[in-house]
Design a protein around this ligand. Structure first.
Ligand SMILES: NC(=O)c1ccc[n+]([C@@H]2O[C@H](COP(=O)([O-])OP(=O)(O)OC[C@H]3O[C@@H](n4cnc5c(N)ncnc54)[C@H](O)[C@@H]3O)[C@@H](O)[C@H]2O)c1
Length: 442
């Protein structure tokens, strides 16, 4: 294998900032979200873009964005400058500004299986058949990345195209021992996203799944994460329509306005949309999008419908359209329409950057297993022991902030650092004025 090329970050040492170089090993490095995240960090390094969209920008106690080092796999071998041009998320001038850095980043050969993701394939794949051997290749890539770059910590991030879900009842996924045996036997219940997750855990690296694919979200791997003392989080980033839904639904519940039906349509023309043309991959996505409403409202909404249409002209500029049918006092009916003309990857990329910083912080604190406090970022938050997750955004934010504040008194930092954190906490709300978070803190 020719040597992979990764972006390089300068070493920095600032008071109050966790020491060390932090790597992000991204599955799907050439994708729209990943290239936007990498280009975003390079633009931040140059100081030519602002921090809008980054909810934790004011948290100076997390590793600075500028200190992240990227590497990763993709079934396409295109360097990231070429990939960014193809995705058409960024302005050409923005890509040009960081073209040398993006050109240096070439994805490593990926572990893929077209049986799990039919609509997105490519030639940049490892020529290794057995599942165990594939995990060994991924582990070699991770160790090589850490050693070449002199990284103190690596977080593995799944940003690959959505896979179909495996049979959740498969015995191969029920325990760590059964999973090990399944790797040796080539059991087809084991998907590529699980192979990456397993490799991360075995290397003692934190893992985050931003996609609807299974990743570490099966009992065998959450148990392994516990045993290995490694934090994991997921799944499926909550960026546009579902983010809005989990803000609105708690308000409707609070005013006792009964939701009779909620019809959600998504029109998107990027490669993510193309992957979702495959009915099996689509089923993974609609499952995570549909899971939130009943839990927030506290009663089943029989007519909650979620549709996703691949509509090429839109590219990454997704239209998320919602119609809500409500029943109020005296049985009178009302409707609410929301049309969010968003940019999928522009919403997603900053959340990915925050998750990398947070997983590194969780590692620093010795957290292990499923990290429920990061549910704020996900459509279908993973929970330990199968608990029902919290979905309401304002409560998720409170949980996240409480966890971040938990470092008070634990690390012996001085008053200035505490003040920094308070400033960070206040700053968290700055870009998010559109929703009612103040009341949650009072
Ligand atoms: N707002 C959002 O954009 C958003 C929100 C939530 C979740 N997600 C999820 O994040 C993921 C990435 O979204 P995107 O818009 O960047 O999609 P994308 O199609 O642009 O990127 C996915 C990348 O994964 C690569 N890939 C496919 N199979 C692979 C494998 N086995 N190993 C390595 N690479 C592989 C593809 O070649 C592609 O470059 C998708 O699963 C999507 O559902 C996105």
């Amino acid at each position: 294998m020719s040597g992979p090329i990764e972006g390089r970050a300068p070493r920095r040492g600032r008071a109050g900032v966790p020491a060390g170089r932090l790597g992000a090993a991204v599955v799907g490095l050439g994708g729209a979200v990943a290239t936007t995240a990498v280009a975003g960090v390079e633009l931040l390094r140059l100081g030519v873009c602002g921090r809008d969209g980054l909810p934790l920008a004011a948290r100076t106690d997390l590793v600075p964005y500028e200190d992240l080092v990227f590497g990763g796999w993709d079934v396409s071998a295109d360097d990231l400058a070429k990939a960014a041009h193809l995705h058409r998320v960024l302005e050409p001038a923005q890509i040009e500004a960081v073209a040398p850095q993006l050109q240096r980043l070439r994805p490593w050969p990926a572990v893929a299986d077209s049986d799990y993701c039919r609509a997105v394939t490519g030639a940049n794949v490892v020529a290794v058949d057995g599942l165990r051997e594939r995990t060994e290749r991924i582990r070699e890539d991770l160790r090589g990345f850490r050693d070449r770059q002199g990284l103190d910590e690596v977080v593995v991030v799944n940003l690959a195209s959505t896979e179909r879900l495996p049979d959740p009842a498969s015995p191969a996924l029920a325990s760590a021992e059964a999973f090990e045996a399944a790797l040796d036997a080539g059991d087809e219940a084991v998907t590529p996203s699980m192979l990456y997750a397993y490799a991360a855990l075995r290397e003692g690296m934190a893992y985050v799944n931003f996609t609807p694919s299974a990743g570490a979200g099966v009992p065998a791997l959450t148990l392994l994460a516990e045993r290995a003392g490694v934090p994991v989080a997921g799944k499926d980033g909550k960026t546009g329509q579902t983010m809005v839904k989990t803000v609105l639904a708690p308000a409707l519940r609070s005013r006792a306005l009964r939701v009779e039906g909620w019809y959600s349509t998504n029109l998107l023309g990027n490669r993510d949309g193309q992957a979702l043309e495959d009915p099996d991959s689509l089923a993974s996505k609609t499952a995570t999008k549909e899971s939130v409403l009943d839990a927030v409202l506290g009663y089943p909404v029989e007519d909650h419908k979620v549709r996703i249409e691949y509509y090429r002209p839109r590219g990454d500029e997704k239209e998320a359209w919602d119609n809500v049918d409500l029943v109020g006092f005296l049985g009178r009916r009302m409707q609410m329409k929301i049309d969010f003309l968003c940019r999928d990857s522009v919403l997603a990329a900053p959340l990915v950057l925050e998750l990398v910083r947070l997983l590194a912080e969780a590692r620093r604190r010795g957290e292990r297993g499923v990290q429920e406090q990061f549910g704020y970022f996900f459509k279908a938050p993973m929970t330990a022991d199968g608990n029902v997750p919290e979905h309401a955004l304002h409560r998720q934010e409170r949980i996240l902030l409480d966890w971040l504040d938990g470092q008070d008194g634990q690390d012996g930092q001085d008053g200035q650092d505490r003040q920094d954190r308070q400033d960070g906490l206040d700053g968290l709300h700055e870009p998010a004025r559109g929703y009612a978070v103040r009341s949650a803190r009072s």
